[in-house]
Design a protein around this ligand. Structure first.
Ligand code: SAH
Length: 355
């Protein structure tokens, strides 16, 4: 007979990669330091079995902070008139990639607000240019919701992966976080479209965003299970002073780590980043993320003069340090906990490599 302890439910999750909603509730409400430690141990074992003790690095290029959306949590929302807006030129982006390639980065992530300047043609031109200069690299786009045809063009141009967090799978909670023009249904449709087109697709949610309940998290887990994304981005919500959520509490680091472990157990082969938000929320947050089952880190390759401008939340880590120095520190931090930094595209286990 199945026992009702949280540990036994975590064992079931490890075995079946699935829980009933009521079991999820017990696991999520059953968070304690001890259950989290148990989940982290299990998740680490699974990650080691699937990928080994290797951390995949992604060079993050935050190439525009113009955005047509007005998400209530986000510091680069259209309504933030204090944001100093910028966009990088193709030359600047390519030179970030060049520097990254020399350092051992084999994936470049182009992330930005939903900026109309970057038409399909411009995005495709960028993807092609990066691929031409660095054959064998992977290109990830993270530029929000677009038409299905645009995603198709990006894929044809050679983009390999796409990150589009669903943010919350609960429709009521989605409404609480976004203005009426945006819809959860559309975001989910984009994600399904990306999967259909063969992108390694990333979904994910913020932890502890205003109004989030255990029910929301259960829905998040169910949605992730259904979508089977290749990547899942999970970080704590952190308030930004120039947003309607300026006075809200930050999400919990501990709960974020617990969720990382649970996602690893549900989706053993997932590529799971220890996010910048996690590193910002707590000293040693990224290392803790790795020890909870994550296996990806996304160091910033953006030029130094714009790093202080891509501010999604308060106090975002943005050292004036060069990418090389950052990477060296990361290597040392990884070695201390028994990991190595892989010089590798770091594709999802079940995805065939470059096409
Ligand atoms: N425009 C792109 C990229 C968004 S920024 C898109 O829509 O996908 C990347 C992620 O940062 C968002 O998906 C969101 O989950 C996270 N983010 C934004 N504001 C945040 C905040 N205040 N705290 C924590 N994470 C935040």
């Amino acid at each position: 007979m199945e026992q009702n302890t949280v540990a036994s439910l975590i064992d079931i999750l490890e075995r079946d990669h699935w829980l009933e909603p009521d079991q999820w509730r017990r696991v999520l409400e059953g968070y304690t330091e001890e259950t989290a430690r148990y989940a982290a141990e299990k998740a680490s074992e699974v990650r080691d079995q699937v990928y080994g003790r290797r951390i995949f690095i992604r060079g993050l290029i935050e190439f525009t902070n113009y955005c047509r959306n007005d998400c209530y949590y986000c510091g680069i929302r259209r309504g933030n008139q204090k944001a100093a807006r910028y966009r990088l030129t193709q030359e600047e982006i390519l030179s970030c990639c060049q520097e990254g390639w020399k350092l051992g980065f084999r994936t470049f992530v182009l992330q930005g607000g939903e900026d109309g300047y970057f038409t399909d043609e411009r995005v495709c031109g960028l993807v092609r240019a990066i691929k031409r200069q660095h054959p064998g690299c992977a290109v990830t786009l993270s530029i929000g919701e677009r038409e299905a045809e645009s995603y198709e063009r990006f894929r044809e141009a050679g983009a390999d992966r796409y990150l589009l967090r669903h943010e919350t799978a609960d429709p009521g909670h989605y409404r609480r976080l976004h203005p009426p023009q945006m819809s959860l249904e559309h975001r989910m449709e984009c994600l399904r479209q990306l999967k259909r087109l063969g992108f390694q697709t990333g979904a994910g949610m913020m932890v502890g965003s205003p109004g989030q309940t255990v029910e929301c998290l259960i829905r998040d887990m169910e949605f992730l299970h259904q979508l089977q994304p290749e990547m899942v981005g999970i970080g704590p919500f952190l308030p930004h002073d120039e947003t309607p959520f300026r006075g809200e509490k930050a999400g919990s680091t501990a709960m974020t780590l617990y969720l990382l472990s649970l996602v690893r157990l549900m989706l053993p082969e997932v590529l799971l980043p220890a996010t910048t938000a996690l590193g910002t929320a707590a000293e040693g947050g990224r290392e803790a993320g790795i020890l909870a089952g994550a296996n990806v880190v996304m160091p910033n390759l953006s030029p130094e003069h714009v790093r202080g401008k891509y501010l999604l939340y308060n106090n975002k880590i943005c050292t004036g340090k060069e990418a090389a120095e950052n990477l060296q520190e990361l290597r040392e931090a990884a070695a201390k906990i028994g990991f190595e930094i892989a010089i590798d595209r770091g594709d999802h286990k079940n995805t065939t490599g470059p096409v």
